[in-house]
Design a binder for this molecule. Structure first.
Ligand code: HEM
Length: 405
């Protein structure tokens, strides 16, 4: 399972036994493949990309997310990586997402207050101002790339602002995070190159604040009274900052972009939302459900029997939260996008002990970004549906989204 994955560039003939999460058709529209897998083999298997298992039913994804520590978060990427080239000598990781209890528990506790519903309200004015500034930059032109010029610009600046890093470096953060999660996901040397950049940058920032505390979030985290952290403050906070940068950028950008993709290609829903802003909360949740961006990996710590499958020690399991959100057992007409959907128990933010710690901030960013866009640009459409490109694998969302208005 640990060999560098080799992509069999052959087309998939049987999704239940040979799925490929990097298959170009799957990346653009995975819904038909999920249906096939859910009906034929709800915990599917593939040998591709180092081999993995993938549940597609809501109940199975939820149940497997609870199987801790048998299904461990120590390897949360969707394909195994050869990380030997990275200077990992101090065991740097990204807790709590890359840890099991007890480490996952105490590191999660360190960051939860930052993302409580009331606490994230503090970032609303900055986010609003940022969105309007971005729109100022392209509104006169009557066209833009809604992914690159808008959605992609928001989360890196908000997270930099929150952590106390320089928002002017946001473009670099985005490049590094894409290098790890997209370009480098199936290319270890590329991934390690960008990972080293993130770690090098954060190491300098965190060490500096350890020596000279400031009035910002990184300094605050370094000074928390957490017995388990004593003597390794820089190491722990560096890992957490690494996670917040990675977890906060590609994900939220993908969700904002997917929502704009939807409204740019469904004029009836666009007109309805433009005319009735009270629909923003349910519309945002429906976008999160239908276009859920994040699939996370687990690794079996022992042989695990689940239903009629035996997951061997060392096997990878892909927690396909997006597929779970299309399960007809839980969602009425799941393939229909209903921007006023009332019962919507989606698990786009995961489930169980690793459920997204940043979900309140993610929702705030989506809400502010969509409201600002609709307020300034209520009439818009995809300039060329064929020019839209998607990224997939770990985090799925549009990467090029030419829009005209
Ligand atoms: C729409 C945007 C987002 C989505 C869909 C999303 C989704 C997820 C998912 C599915 C997980 C669970 C991972 C697992 O089970 O292994 C997760 C974990 C996490 N997310 Fe998010 N996320 C988003 C935005 C954010 C933001 C903005 C932040 C903070 C800046 C954030 C911080 C985290 C953290 C810290 C964890 C790890 C929690 C733990 O392991 O206890 N996320 N996210």
């Amino acid at each position: 399972m640990t060999d560098t994955p080799v992509h069999k560039a052959t087309p998939v003939e049987d999704w239940a036994t040979d799925y490929d999460i990097f298959d170009p058709e799957y990346v653009v529209d995975p819904v038909p493949m999920w249906q096939e897998m859910r009906e034929q083999c709800p915990v599917a298997h593939t040998d591709r990309w180092g081999g993995s298992w993938m549940p597609t039913r809501h109940a199975d994804v939820q149940a497997m997310a609870k199987m801790v520590p048998e299904l461990s978060s120590k390897a949360p990427l969707v394909i195994d990586q050869d990380d030997s080239a990275v200077d990992n000598s101090d065991g740097l990781n990204a807790p709590p997402i890359s840890a099991d209890p007890p480490e996952a528990t105490w590191t999660r506790k360190m960051i939860l207050p930052t993302f409580a519903p009331k606490a994230v309200q503090a970032y609303q004015p900055y986010t609003e101002q940022l969105c309007h500034q971005l729109i100022d930059g392209f509104i006169e032109a009557g066209e833009c790339d809604a992914a690159a010029d808008y959605a992609q610009q928001i989360p890196p600046r908000v997270i930099a602002h929150l952590l106390g890093l320089d928002p002017a470096r946001a473009d670099e953060f985005t490049e590094w995070v894409r290098g790890v999660l997209e370009l480098g996901l199936n290319n270890p040397p590329v991934r390690n190159h960008y990972r080293e950049k993130i770690i090098g940058f954060l190491h300098a920032e965190v060490s500096d604040r350890f020596e000279n505390p400031r009035d910002d979030k990184l300094s605050e985290l370094l000074q928390l009274d957490v017995p388990e952290m004593k003597g390794q403050e820089v190491h722990v906070v560096l890992g957490i900052a690494n996670l917040l940068l990675i977890a906060g950028i590609d994900t939220t950008w993908s969700s904002i972009g997917s929502a704009l993709f939807h409204f740019g290609s469904h004029s009836e829903d666009r007109r309805r939302l433009a005319a009735d802003h009270s629909l923003f909360p349910t519309a945002t949740e429906e976008m999160l459900r239908y276009y859920s961006p994040v699939t996370m990996g687990r690794v079996a710590q022992e042989d695990v029997t689940y239903g009629d499958v035996v997951i061997r020690e060392g096997d990878k399991v892909l927690m396909n939260f997006p597929a779970a959100n299309h399960d007809p057992e839980v969602f009425e007409n799941p393939e229909e996008i209903q921007i006023d959907r009332q019962r919507n128990r989606h698990i786009a933010f995961g489930s169980g002990i690793h459920r997204c710690a940043g979900s309140n901030l993610a929702r705030l960013e989506m809400d502010v970004a969509l409201r600002a866009w609709f307020e300034r640009i209520p009439e818009f459409e995809l300039a060329d549906p064929n020019a839209v490109t998607w990224a997939g694998g770990q985090v799925r969302g549009p990467r090029s989204l030419p829009m005209r208005f």
